[in-house]
Design a binder for this molecule. Structure first.
Ligand SMILES: Cc1cc2nc3c(=O)[nH]c(=O)nc-3n(C[C@H](O)[C@H](O)[C@H](O)COP(=O)(O)OP(=O)(O)OC[C@H]3O[C@@H](n4cnc5c(N)ncnc54)[C@H](O)[C@@H]3O)c2cc1C
Length: 316
């Protein structure tokens, strides 16, 4: 079969789209093959707060990836129609009183007053880029096409399948990336969000450091994304009514205007949980194979840093 592209990226979530854009913009014609359209992926469900700490990822590269991403997201927030904006909001925690030392270096840092803590023992204000994920994914698809790439809905049965059309394959299949790579360290970490009509909020609120249930809300224009939770090992994509009620209750305790906000929809996503992100080349029988999956709860924040490292690996 004739080669149609330099690279095929498997996966059209935030990691795959960003990787494909970075490859195209570096001069490599890249196709995205995705089982689901971007708005139907886990990536579409995220909040998404992009300037907070990323302490859950143990790889030494995580800080560099985070810094790279933050620079790019700040640039995107200054442009219209990207889905990324700059917002002020509170980061709170139940982990104990006192502000962590790194927090003071974050843009817009200010201690919360006792009333602003909303019952949490610690918290502070920051300014951070935030993404309205469905809009941001639309922007990424447009940018992919403008950079000469393309997206096709296609479910691959193996990572060898795309070598029929390109000599390099990048595995960005999220939680399915583990199955395709025979990597049993990947596990779904189910998360549920509730999207409500915006009763007039402009500032976000996020509880960091919580294991399973946390309180957070992210206003994006006419709607607010309320969160959230993390359920390792749960593959169900069905919204859970009890979790919906709990999420609304927790958020309304902080912001009473959310108590009666009209529910627009309930979104569920499967974070690709893994002990650490897998970004490396694997010796393959056919063509070249590079993995970029397992971003757990920080895939949006890490997407640009990881994508640019994939470009370096492909070019090496
Ligand atoms: C409730 C919630 C809140 C979150 N909040 C944040 C946040 O604030 N900040 C942050 O950085 N991250 C956040 N995350 C995590 C973030 O959403 C994920 O890390 C990220 O979406 C992973 O992106 P991905 O592209 O790797 O995977 P996905 O978005 O799952 O995309 C995987 C892609 O692979 C495709 N695919 C799968 N199998 C195949 C196949 N066989 N053939 C072809 N294509 C295939 C799928 O169709 C899809 O296009 C949150 C997640 C959840 C659930």
């Amino acid at each position: 079969m004739t080669q149609q592209a330099d690279v095929v990226v498997v996966g059209g979530g935030v990691v795959g789209l960003t990787t494909a854009i970075a490859l195209n913009e570096a001069g490599m014609r890249t196709l995205v093959w995705t089982a689901e359209l971007p708005r139907r992926t886990t990536s579409a469900v995220a909040g998404a707060l992009l300037g907070g700490p990323v302490m859950t990822e143990p790889r030494a590269d995580a800080m560099r990836w985070q810094t790279t991403g933050l620079e790019i997201f700040n640039e995107l927030a200054a442009r219209p129609h990207t889905g990324v904006t700059s917002a002020r909001g509170r980061l709170v925690s139940k982990l104990g009183p006192g502000t962590p030392p790194w927090a003071r270096d974050l843009p817009g840092f200010a201690e919360c007053s006792p009333e602003e803590l909303a019952g949490f023992p610690s918290g502070f204000w920051i300014t951070s880029p935030v993404a309205d994920m469905p809009c941001y994914l639309d922007y990424l698809v447009d940018r992919l096409c403008q950079s000469g790439g393309d997206l096709e809905v296609c479910t691959v049965a193996s990572l060898e399948q795309p070598t029929a059309v390109a000599p390099v394959v990048i595995n960005c299949a999220g939680v399915a990336g583990g199955t395709l790579a025979c990597d049993d360290s990947v596990t779904p970490v189910r998360g549920q969000h509730v999207v409500v009509a915006n009763p007039g909020l402009t500032e976000f609120f996020y509880e960091g450091g919580a294991d399973d249930d946390w309180t957070g809300f992210f206003p994006h224009g006419d709607h607010v994304v309320l969160g959230g939770n993390a359920r390792p090992g749960d593959w169900s994509l069905e919204p859970d009514e009890r979790q919906t009620a709990d999420i609304i209750k927790r958020c309304a305790e902080v912001e009473p205007r959310l108590a009666d906000a009209r529910v627009i929809k309930v979104d569920v996503g499967l974070r690709p949980g893994r002990p650490s992100i897998r970004l490396e080349e694997e010796n393959a029988d056919q063509g070249r194979l590079i993995h970029n999956y397992g971003h757990a709860g920080v895939g949006v924040s890490m997407s640009w840093g990881c994508a640019l490292d994939v470009v370096k690996l492909v070019s090496a």
